[in-house]
Design a protein around this ligand. Structure first.
Ligand code: ADP
Ligand code: MG
Length: 235
């Protein structure tokens, strides 16, 4: 059974409709990839699932319940957490304070959770007293993910985590995500520009364009599809 299901979702900004009849499904301890060009509606989709954007119509079901009416902070409490890009760190605060702030909705077992994220991202432990704006791009990205993990989520909505990172930072980030997936029952919807990485870590992938899901399928088959290459290379 699906942990999270999006059914016939339509979303508009004012009178401009940007998502059309989107169907997405995510099962437990799974990664679903969402790829597609800028302006496709990927961020809008994640934010609608997170509850910060209200849809025109459609259903969002989570653990068998329709959650359309739940405000964003309630969805966070229930385990659905949107992870922005690395500009989402609180620059003037220390790494540690960023993490503690991340846990404001979930203060039980704070020390255990902190220990867990420090083990996953040892660099953050080393730099825990450093101001967040002095971190590298890769470290900031780790911090926004670590901060999201402080509420012990069941579903992470990751919005282009590799954007702006060096190749080594991207590699480290995906190694940490693999470790996270193998040591928890977390599920991830991953919006990613790095199509190769997205296909490698996900089991299923959706290709979005112009507010529609244009194609979808198991990631290992998808990577062979010529039209995908064409789509990106523009050949
Ligand atoms: N706050 C907003 N107000 C009006 N239009 C928006 C807003 N945010 C995004 N859009 C428009 O919605 C469409 C989808 O944007 P977005 O979800 O950010 O796509 P992606 O993340 O795939 O690049 C784009 O045409 C974009 O210009
Ligand atoms: Mg986006």
């Amino acid at each position: 059974m699906s942990l999270l299901e999006v059914r016939k979702l339509n979303v508009a900004y004012g009178r401009l409709q940007v998502l059309w009849d989107i169907n997405i499904s995510l099962s437990t301890n799974n990664v679903v990839g969402i790829i597609g060009p800028n302006g496709a509606g990927k961020t809008t989709l994640l934010k609608t699932i997170a509850g910060t954007i209200k849809p025109l119509s459609g259903e969002i079901n989570y653990m068998g319940q329709k959650i359309n009416g739940l405000p964003a902070h309630e969805r966070v409490k229930q385990g659905i957490v949107y992870v922005p890009d690395s500009s989402g760190v609180f620059g003037k605060m220390s790494v540690y304070d960023n993490l503690i702030l991340g846990a404001y909705l979930r203060r039980d077992q704070l020390n255990e959770t902190l220990k867990f994220v420090y083990e996953l991202f040892p660099t953050l432990h080393e730099r825990r007293n450093q101001r967040a704006d002095t971190l590298s791009g890769g470290e900031k990205q780790m911090l926004v993910i670590a901060r999201a993990l402080m509420v012990k989520p069941k579903v992470l909505l990751l919005d282009e985590p590799s954007t702006g990172l060096s190749p080594i930072a991207v590699k480290n980030l995906f190694t940490s995500l693999e470790k996270l997936l193998s040591t928890t029952d977390l599920s991830i919807i991953l919006v990613e520009q790095d199509v190769g990485r997205a296909l490698k870590i996900s089991k299923y992938v959706y290709l979005m364009e112009g507010g529609h899901v244009r194609d979808e399928g198991p990631s290992n088959e998808f990577s062979k599809v010529e039209k995908l290459r064409k789509f990106y290379v523009g050949a």
